[in-house]
Design a protein around this ligand. Sequence first.
Ligand code: ADP
Ligand code: MG
Length: 406
Amino acid sequence: MISNITAMRNVKSLKDIDVIGKRVLIRVDFNVPVDSHHNISDDRRIRAALPTINYCIDHNACSITLVSHFGRPGGKYDEKYSLKNIVKRLERLLQKQVVFVEDFENSRDEIAACSLERVFLLENIRFHEGEKKNDPELSKKLASICDIYVNDAFGAAHRKHASTYGVMEYVETKVAGFLMMKEIEAFRKALENPVRPIALVIGGAKVSSKITLLKNVLKKIDKLIIGGAMSNTFLTALGYDMQQSLYEEKYIETAGEVMEEAKHNGVKIYLPVDLVITDSVESPVDVRVVPSQDVLDGFQAVDIGPATVKLFSEAIGLSNTIIWNGPMGIYEIDRFSKGTYKIANAIADCYAYTFVGGGDTADAVDRAGEADNFSFISTGGGASLELLEGKILPGFANLDRKEEEL
Ligand code: ADP
Ligand code: MG
């Protein structure tokens, strides 16, 4: 089950190289959850990058430049997604001045001038159209501002983008940061000899990027528990009218195939039997619990209902390995957070290996007060699912290796 992980563990890490006097570019994942006033609601991902950044400071790198994406700005500037909103928090956590670089192409000299008094943070790399397209031009530009590339963005390690993948082609020395190594080690422990039954609990809103990999994951698990916006697409595939609920028209067929394939593989699928529905998310007047097939005209599903919580909790309680990605509802809003929190409680209460991944899901676990009661909290959602699928993540694929490929 873990040959992919063995191969990924064989990459060189920061510890295997010298950074003295070198310009180091660190791809971090600062895609943190924020509220509508740009307040960071969970800074776990920033804290998780500190060991790598501090190591470079302590070992006298010439300069340290941090690169990250934030949200989905669609390849152009959008103030809402500016990384300037996280500078203060980063400065406080690092206890160092952070120089925010809006236009890195014109700041090359500044970055090359050695000074460990400050750390550079580049503006959201997804403001460049070339990032998601893995454009060689952008990769080369990033490569030109560093001697060493360190990938520590586990949350984006499943992406083949310029700053997570393409850039490695143009930098001589490229290694993994400590977060990447820590994550891969935790996955090895979880997946080397998983105690069955294995349950995957999946929810959240990123249906398009997650639903297709469910088919492959089915070969590795015993139960698939689906909630959140993800389940709306499945319920639609069953023929239910989900009304105004968030679901993906384009993936209804895939949902049907996943259910077929599950039957074929003997994997039991659990879907919501009741839902919390509302007439409006922003200013709800009418909020009710209804059976899943009875979503009212003009309403949308925003959480799983109490009967579903019971059903899911029982299935979770009878599992020995539980992997969770994706909230069960719009947990950011108190009124629609109950299902997610109860599932967090149910998983935390299990005598099982419990594993949670994803920016929002980790935030939800924290808010539920259960952060200390999980075996491992990964910073990666999509990345953890792709690991489970058996893939070699692109973020590891081109890093320097300790020995030749196994
Ligand atoms: P993660 O960041 O953990 O990988 P996702 O980003 O896929 O998870 O999904 C989290 C988002 O899904 C949250 O913002 C939450 O509000 C949203 N969500 C969950 N259920 C629903 C739903 N029924 N309708 C709309 N949004 C939902
Ligand atoms: Mg998310």
